[in-house]
Design a protein around this ligand. Structure first.
Ligand SMILES: [Ca+2]
Ligand SMILES: [Ca+2]
Length: 563
């Protein structure tokens, strides 16, 4: 080129205006660093130019002045021969100076009074766009998520972000700057053809550059003030969301605990944790963050339709991923700033527990001693070991946290009814696992560390069992009481029974298995109180008449109402 240029200058120096040049002279004085494509014959081009005469530098034409880039096709004689040649190999955004001798321009005749005969023309050209009728939509994938369950197909509804630029890099539109995705159906002609095509086969989270030739974009008309006629469009696209109106729920079971015997049914009350995200992974809500389970009835329309269905057939502690299309979630409206319209929601749920108000206490015997004749019942004083957990395994309480196992009297309303139920009918050494629904436990409000409506899981072991006496009694006969009682009680037959004799009598009954004292109490004090009760006149001894009075009043059992 340098050689040609010096030839030209030399020639000019010698002959000035009428010198005949051999060829077009091209000065590529500004070439962009990246040039993916160069102009070839048959390419269409859109460019700006200033045309000046070489001789005096005067301007004869300018696309800038017209306010409109020039559009033509290269190499087919639609341009003056010098331009057909001079534009070859040009890059978009390149500036060139193309100097054209008259025999490759308007020759010795010139044109229309604008170009005089034998004029050497200088075109300063900035190439804005190029395309070819053979061009197709070009897709360059910039990034793809590792996992991709589905890719877009025609009739899908997609939500995506885009930055739209012309081939020159000039931005014409951006969803990002509007801070709202572009939402549309694919393959229904709602989009320009090239976009309808370029968005196919895409994963959520995938980023693409889609380059669309003008005839698959806005063509000869252009679009608004931003997209000129015959503009190639470059979209950088990020797919945010996709679903199809025909989509149903997708339920993926991630984890099912072993030994799941009961699964959720309509009408159950369920407590679960969830993380809610959009398909691109953006979180929108989480029960974990609130540190509270989400609680609801199943199948009663209290939650979005998709979730209501997805909550059926779950086990406690099960983990599922549930993907809900918008028509089964918040629809085209969305929810305020939280959920955009037409959003697909992905919930990772972890079931903590569920119950039905008809549920009973579920008792599973995990160990039964071979010798098991005596079992626990109401009024018995028992010692037991326990662990109390939530159904997800969170340990709430344990007797191991204390020095000795727990002690309670069954039937005395000392523990929650479900635990009471679980402790009945056990023999010493027996172990059980007991599931207690909330209406047998701490109810809707919970208590202490127990959340409201929580199902509780107990591991129980009966350590010690002392048969009891009914509520309100300190001593009971195990068979028929002696009748008459007084002669039997008066061990030495002197017609009166002092405390020592009374005490000896009671102990004798217990020893011989004829009677039972209330377990877990201070025996001597109890006997003394029993004695005082019988000793009506408080003279330190019971006589036959005093006892008769008592027997008439209270049947054969010795009653201690105040205890
Ligand atoms: Ca006596
Ligand atoms: Ca007396």
């Amino acid at each position: 080129m340098d050689l040609i240029l010096s030839t030209l200058l030399f020639c000019l120096h010698v002959v000035t205006v009428t010198c005949m040049f051999v060829d077009v002279v091209v000065d590529r004085y500004d070439i962009p660093r990246v040039c993916p494509r160069e102009v070839q014959t048959e390419d269409f081009v859109r460019y700006h130019f200033n045309g000046t005469f070489f001789a005096d530098g005067k301007q004869f034409d300018s696309s800038h002045d017209r306010g409109k880039a020039f559009i033509s096709q290269v190499g087919l004689g639609r341009l003056i021969a010098g331009m057909d040649r001079g534009l070859q190999g040009m890059c978009v955004n390149e500036h060139r100076k193309i100097t054209i001798p008259p025999h490759l321009a308007y020759g010795s005749i010139g044109t229309g009074g604008v170009i005089p005969p034998d004029a050497v023309l200088v075109y300063d050209v900035l190439l804005l766009d190029m395309w070819n009728t053979e061009d197709k939509v070009e897709i360059r994938t910039l990034g793809k998520p590792a996992s991709c369950n589905r890719t877009t197909v025609a009739s899908d509804f997609v939500r995506y972000h885009y930055n739209g630029t012309l081939l020159s890099g000039a931005a014409f539109d951006s969803s990002v700057s509007r801070n709202a995705t572009y939402d549309t159906y694919l393959g229904q002609g709602d989009l320009i053809k090239g976009m309808d095509e370029g968005l196919l086969g895409m994963c959520v989270g995938e980023r693409r550059v889609i380059i669309i030739p003008p005839f698959l974009a806005y063509g000869e008309i252009g679009h608004g003030t931003e997209v000129p006629p015959q503009a190639t469009l470059v979209f950088e696209v990020l797919l945010v969301d996709v679903f199809n109106p025909k989509d149903d729920l997708i339920v993926e079971v991630k984890e099912v605990p072993e030994g799941c015997t009961r699964r959720t049914l309509k009408g159950d009350y369920i407590r679960y944790h969830y993380n809610g995200t959009f398909q691109d992974g953006t979180a929108f809500d989480s029960s974990h963050k609130r540190n509270n389970t989400y609680n609801t009835y199943i199948g009663m329309g209290y939650v979005i339709q998709g979730m209501d269905r997805a909550l059926h057939g779950l086990c406690m502690r099960e983990k599922r991923r549930i993907t809900i299309p918008p028509h089964l979630a918040y629809g085209e409206e969305g929810v305020g700033d939280l959920i955009p319209g037409s959003a697909v929601l992905v919930f990772d749920i972890h079931v903590i527990d569920f119950h039905n108000t008809e549920d009973l206490v579920d008792i599973k015997v995990t160990h039964k001693p071979q010798e098991c004749k005596v079992t626990s019942e109401a009024d018995d004083l028992i010692q037991y070991r326990y662990n109390c957990s939530l159904m997800d395994g969170t340990l709430l309480y344990s007797s191991d946290h204390y020095d000795s196992p727990s002690i309670t009297t069954l039937g005395a309303d000392k523990v929650i009814p479900g635990l009471e139920e679980g402790l009945i009918g056990m023999c010493v050494g027996e172990k059980r696992e007991v599931v207690v629904p909330p209406h047998w436990g701490h109810g809707e409000n919970g208590a202490g560390g127990v959340p409201g409506s929580a199902v509780l899981f107990f591991e129980l072991e009966l350590v010690k069992l002392q048969k009891g006496v009914p509520e309100g009694f300190m001593f009971v006969w195990l068979g028929d009481a002696p009748d008459p009682l007084f002669p039997v009680m008066d061990l030495n037959g002197d017609k009166e029974v002092p405390l020592e004799e009374f005490s000896a009598f009671i102990f004798l009954q217990v020893k011989e298995g004829k009677g039972r004292l209330r377990p877990g109490v201070e025996v001597d004090a109890v006997i003394e109180e029993m004695f005082n009760n019988q000793d009506r006149n408080k003279d330190g001894k019971i006589v036959e008449d005093e006892l008769k009075l008592q027997v008439d009043e209270e049947s054969e059992q010795v009653r201690r109402d105040e205890l």
